[in-house]
Design a protein around this ligand. Structure first.
Ligand code: ZN
Length: 236
């Protein structure tokens, strides 16, 4: 192996490291974006629940108002009946019925009043929450946009690196490249280990003196007898 091949292999390893880093980052981006979309949804759902509660209160209020209408027409019926009353008992019963209806109306009016107070309170809360929700949605949208941009940029960089890699692979002898790939598949990390203090930085085993002295003499790439990685010793 000549020194050009060594340089190309080192450059290939550098590109592969970058490709792996970028691929890792890209892999997690869609999930992060999805999480943000869910955050948006739950912010809206919480807000809609308040509006739903307001509608429910309004419905209950209208029902009570209808009840009052019914009671009022019952009272006017009683009043009409009172004009035609014949017996004392009948008269007493009608008066009692009228009094009961009037009492019910008072109760209903009280209830309506407290519902209206609750609705006012809720409307104020909704106003505040709506502003908060808008802010929150804008904040999340910005985050989403940022991540989507990042995704686009990383994809571009990735395809550039892949083109660069293809060109680089053309410079290598097929056997060198396939050996590089085989080591990569096996060690799952960098196939070329830098030698430091006569140690392979891939597996942290001391290189046998015979192999090490050969490393010092040659520009060739030798393999680590322990892990099989290409050994690179910068003896310049
Ligand atoms: Zn090793």
């Amino acid at each position: 192996m000549d020194s050009n091949s060594v340089k190309s292999l080192l450059a290939l390893q550098e590109i592969d490291t970058k490709i792996q880093e970028i691929s890792e980052k890209i892999k997690f981006l869609p999930k992060s974006i999805e999480t943000l979309h869910k955050e948006k949804e739950s912010a809206s759902i919480h807000f809609e629940q308040l509006n739903k509660k307001l509608k429910e209160l309004d419905f209950i209020k209208k029902e009570k108002e209808l009840n009052i209408q019914d009671l009022n027409s019952r009272i006017s019926n009683v009043e009409k009946a009172l004009e035609k009353v014949r017996t004392n008992d009948e008269y007493k019963n009608l008066l009692r019925e009228k009094a009961r209806a009037e009492e019910s109306i008072l109760e209903l009016e009280d209830e309506i009043l407290s519902i209206m107070e609750e609705m006012e309170q809720l409307k104020k809360t909704i106003q505040i929450k709506e502003k908060e929700k808008e802010k929150e949605l804008t904040r999340i949208d910005e985050k989403i946009r940022k991540l989507e941009n990042e995704e686009r940029e990383l994809s571009l960089t990735l395809s550039e690196l892949q083109k660069e890699r293809e060109e680089l692979v053309k410079l290598l002898k097929p056997q060198e490249y396939s050996q590089y790939e085989n080591i990569k598949k096996r060690v799952k990390t960098k196939p070329i280990a830098i030698v430091q203090d006569a140690t392979c930085t891939g597996c942290y085993m001391i290189i046998p003196p015979k192999v090490f002295s050969e490393l010092l003499k040659t520009e060739k790439m030798l393999s680590c007898p322990n892990c099989g990685r290409y050994l690179y010793y910068d003896n310049k």
